[in-house]
Design a protein around this ligand. Structure first.
Ligand SMILES: Nc1nc2c(ncn2[C@@H]2O[C@H](COP(=O)(O)OP(=O)(O)O)[C@@H](O)[C@H]2O)c(=O)[nH]1
Ligand SMILES: [Mg+2]
Ligand SMILES: [Zn+2]
Length: 328
C-alpha cells in the first residue's frame, strides 16, 4: 500500500465517507499499527479503523468510540479516558505509549539469566520493571520462565536469590511452556484483568501467552494481525481474550520501560519495602543516598532492607539523574 500523501486539494475528496454520522459505536483496540487500529465492537467483530492525528497514539487496550465508513472500515471518533498508560522511551527519550488500561504487569525473565554470571544485570532489570509497575500503582507479578532448563543445584540458588521478592509481597511463579508448568497458577492471577507481559526479547512472553489461549483466540489474533499491512505479531502489539475472562497484551516493544516520568526524589516510594522507613529520615527530601540519619540506609545496615535491592535503587537513581541531564 502506498504511503504517499495525496496532493494538496485532493485530500478532501479522499477523506473517508461516514455511513451515518449518528452511528457512533464503542469498541476496544485489539491491534495497533500506528495510524490504523483494529477495533473490536461489542459483538466481537473486528473493524479496521483510522485515527486522527490529534489523538496522538491510539494503543492496544484503548476504549474508543468509532463510526463506520462506506468501505467497511471505520474512523475513531474519540479515545475514552485511560486508567493507566504504559510507555517506553523512544530514541530521543520521549515516552512512546504501548498499551492502555492495564491492571496487571507480568514481568518475565528466564531462570537461566538469573543463575548465569550476569545475573545481577537481570536483577536490576526486574527491579526497574517493578519500579515502572509500582509508579502506575500496579502490583507486578514475576514469572520465571524456562524452568525446564534448570538443574536442581541451580534451582536452589535461584530460590534463595528470589525469596526476597516473595518476602516483600510479590507473587513469583516458575513456568515452563515446554512442560506446561505454572500456567494454571498464572491464569488465576490474570483472571478478569488486562495484563501486559514485559521482559527482554526471547524470554518466552509470546510462548506463554499462546499456552494460555484457546486455539480460537490464537487464530483470531493471527488473522487480524496478518491483514495489517504486512505487519505481524512480532512487530505489532496485540490484545487477546482469555476464555476464562480477562485480556492479555503481547508487545515486542516493552524491553525497556519508561521511567522518565519518575522524579528521583520519588523513586524510593516505588520500592515498597522502603516505605515504612522513608518518613523517618532526618531530612524530608532525603533521597537515601548519602544524607546523614537516613532511616532507609540504617534499615539496610540492620538487614531489614535487602542489600541488593538497595544497590539497585542506587543504580536506578543514578540512571534517572543521567536521563535528566541528558534530555534537559
Ligand atoms: N526451554 C524452553 N524454551 C522456551 C520456553 N518458553 C519459550 N521458549 C522458547 O524461547 C524462544 C523465545 O520465545 P518467545 O515466546 O518468542 O519469546 P518473546 O520474545 O519473549 O516473546 C522460543 O524459541 C521458544 O520456543 C520454555 O518454557 N522452555
Ligand atoms: Mg514475542
Ligand atoms: Zn533517607
Amino acid at each position: 500500500m502506498s504511503r504517499k500523501r495525496p496532493p494538496h486539494g485532493q485530500k478532501q475528496a479522499q477523506q473517508k465517507e461516514l455511513t451515518d454520522a449518528a452511528a457512533i459505536k464503542t469498541g476496544l483496540v485489539v491491534v495497533s499499527y500506528g495510524a490504523k487500529q483494529d477495533v473490536e465492537d461489542e459483538n466481537g467483530n473486528v473493524i479496521r479503523c483510522s485515527s486522527r492525528r490529534k489523538f496522538g497514539a491510539v494503543v492496544c487496550g484503548d476504549q474508543v468510540t468509532w463510526q463506520p465508513t462506506h468501505d467497511n472500515e471505520g474512523i475513531i471518533a474519540e479515545v475514552l479516558p485511560r486508567s493507566t498508560l504504559l510507555a517506553r522511551p523512544d530514541d530521543i527519550g520521549r515516552d512512546k505509549p504501548i498499551a492502555a488500561n492495564i491492571s496487571r504487569i507480568i514481568i518475565v525473565c528466564t531462570v537461566k539469566a538469573l543463575v548465569n554470571e550476569s545475573y545481577h544485570l537481570h536483577h536490576n532489570l526486574i527491579d526497574r520493571y517493578i519500579v515502572a509497575a509500582e509508579s502506575l500503582n500496579i502490583t507486578p507479578i514475576i514469572v520465571l520462565n524456562k524452568y525446564d532448563l534448570l538443574s536442581s543445584s541451580e534451582l536452589n540458588k535461584l530460590n534463595q536469590d528470589m525469596q526476597i521478592y516473595q518476602h516483600i509481597g510479590y507473587e513469583l511463579i516458575y513456568t515452563s511452556t515446554k512442560q506446561a508448568r505454572g500456567l494454571e497458577q498464572l491464569t488465576q492471577q490474570l483472571q478478569d484483568q488486562t495484563s501486559v507481559f514485559v521482559g527482554e526479547s526471547g524470554v518466552g512472553k509470546s510462548s506463554i501467552i499462546r499456552s494460555l489461549l484457546s486455539d480460537h483466540e490464537i487464530r483470531v489474533g493471527e488473522v487480524s494481525a496478518s491483514s495489517g499491512k504486512g505487519k505481524h505479531t512480532t512487530t505489532s502489539t496485540n490484545l487477546y481474550h482469555l476464555s476464562s475472562g480477562g485480556n492479555l497484551i503481547d508487545s515486542p516493544g516493552v524491553r525497556e520501560f519508561g521511567l522518565s516520568k519518575i522524579e528521583p526524589a520519588m523513586l524510593a516510594c516505588n520500592f515498597i519495602e522502603f516505605r515504612p522507613y522513608t518518613s523517618q529520615c532526618k531530612f524530608n527530601n532525603c533521597i537515601h543516598k548519602s544524607e546523614p540519619q537516613c532511616a532507609v540506609k540504617q534499615a539496610v545496615k540492620n538487614g531489614e532492607i535487602n542489600q541488593r535491592r538497595y544497590d539497585n535503587y542506587l543504580a536506578i537513581l543514578a540512571s534517572l539523574r543521567e536521563q535528566i541531564n541528558f534530555f534537559q
